[in-house]
Each structure stands twice: as C-alpha cells, then as structure tokens.
Design a protein around this ligand. Structure first.
Ligand code: CA
Length: 235
C-alpha cells in the first residue's frame, strides 16, 4: 500500500493550468484525477477518495469554500487551496474552513509539490503513533516531558509561550491562521486579539531564533498567520 503512488484530486476549471499541473505532478510520481467544477470534484472525492486535494477557489459552479466545507463533513484529507484572487481574507477563510495550505497564483510547480508532500507527511504522521519529540533543525520540542531545547540547550518558556509553540508544532509545516492560534491558546473569546500573538511571537522568537529579525523556524505569513517550518534552511 505504501508503494502505491499518492492519489491527487485536482479541482481546477482553467484547462491549461489544470493540464499543466496534472502533467507535472504525474511526472513526479503522483496519480491524478482531474475535475473542472465543484460538483464533479465533490463527486470524484466521494467515489475515489484521494490522498490529497488541490482545489482552485474560483470555480464556475460554486465557491471553493463550499467544497472544503462539504468535504470536511466526512473527510480529513489534506486540501491545498489555489487562489487567483490575492485577497487575504479568502485564504484565511479557506484555512479556517479546513484547508491545510494555500498557494497564490502564479506559483511554481516545485512549490506546489513541496506543499503537497508536507501535507501528505503530516497526514501520515497523524495516522501513525507519533514520537512525543518533535524536531526541526536545531529545535526539539518534547511534548511528553514539556521540554524545549535549541541546540541541546533548554529553553525556558512561560506556559502561554509553550502553548503557542505546541499549537504550531501540531500543525508543523502548515500555516496556522491568527484566529486559529488565538482560539487554541487563549480561547474563543480572544480570536480578535491579534496583539497577543504579536507580543508572544516576539518573545518566543527571542528565545528560539538565533536572529529574531530573520527567523528560521517561526515564519510570518503576512495578514494570515504563522508557520512553524518543518524543514528550515541551513544556517
Ligand atoms: Ca478558476
């Protein structure tokens, strides 16, 4: 089963983009099902459940957000959203609706493939019995013992800083929206308190990052949220 090529469902109405992506992804070892409408995409997702879905938000017969909502009623399959409209609120809505990641057109195929692999890895580790220690670069977070180290030095975090970091660890590699982080760390009443995040992300970076102004781990996704990178560039 592990040797089966991953199955991707590509829902995109622009024929030239769809064909180009399908060919690129097939040549990278994926099996592709193509759909050009929200309805045919949903049908394909049900009849032949894919390992991941790449979804264009602007579809002729409906909103991509509705597609996410409907799929999330029964499936946790990774969904990567493509947005032609560079409107931040749409990406945020898509992520809060249950999408795992997004790319803004135009994007490189390499970037899309990287995001798909992150999503598949994340899904696989969710299905596995996880090691309680999360590692990325020099950062290690021992979720069992609640110990954070950077280059083997223990980092002393306040309970709130620790909750914020673990909220990102649980979604490592993926962008987590401001709203989602605020809700997880401070509770549902705090979802608009973006300044909490700015303050705590600042202190977290000062404790973890070598150069907080040029973070390697705790990345800002402007206007959307934060991403804990699960494969930091070499320093
Ligand atoms: Ca479109």
């Amino acid at each position: 089963m592990d040797s089966d090529p991953p199955k991707l469902l590509l829902i995109e109405d622009d024929r030239s983009i769809r064909r180009f992506l399908a060919i690129s992804m097939e040549s990278n070892g994926f099996r592709i099902t193509e759909a050009d409408t929200a309805e045919s995409g949903l049908r394909a997702a049900v009849s032949e459940p894919p390992d991941a879905i790449v979804l264009d938000l602007g579809l002729p017969d409906g909103d991509g957000l509705d597609v996410i909502r409907k799929i999330r009623e029964w499936s946790a399959v990774p969904i990567i959203v493509l947005s032609a409209r560079e409107r931040e609120h749409e990406k945020v809505l898509a992520l809060d609706t249950g999408a795992d990641d997004y790319l803004t057109k135009p994007f490189g195929v390499g970037e899309l493939l990287a995001r798909i692999r992150v999503a598949l890895r994340h899904q696989a580790s969710r299905n596995r019995k996880e090691s309680p220690v999360f590692r990325t670069g020099d950062l290690a977070v021992d979720l069992g013992r609640r110990i954070v180290t950077i280059r083997d030095d223990v980092v002393h975090l306040t309970p709130t800083e620790y909750r914020l970091l673990t909220a990102l660890v649980q979604q490592a590699g993926k962008v987590v929206t401001h709203r989602s982080l605020l809700k997880t760390v401070w509770g549902p009443d705090a979802v608009h308190e973006n300044q909490y995040l700015r303050v705590y992300m600042g202190t977290l970076r000062s404790k973890i990052e070598e150069d907080p102004a040029r973070p390697r781990y705790l990345m800002t996704e402007a206007g959307i949220g934060y991403r804990l990178t699960d494969s930091p560039p070499e320093s």
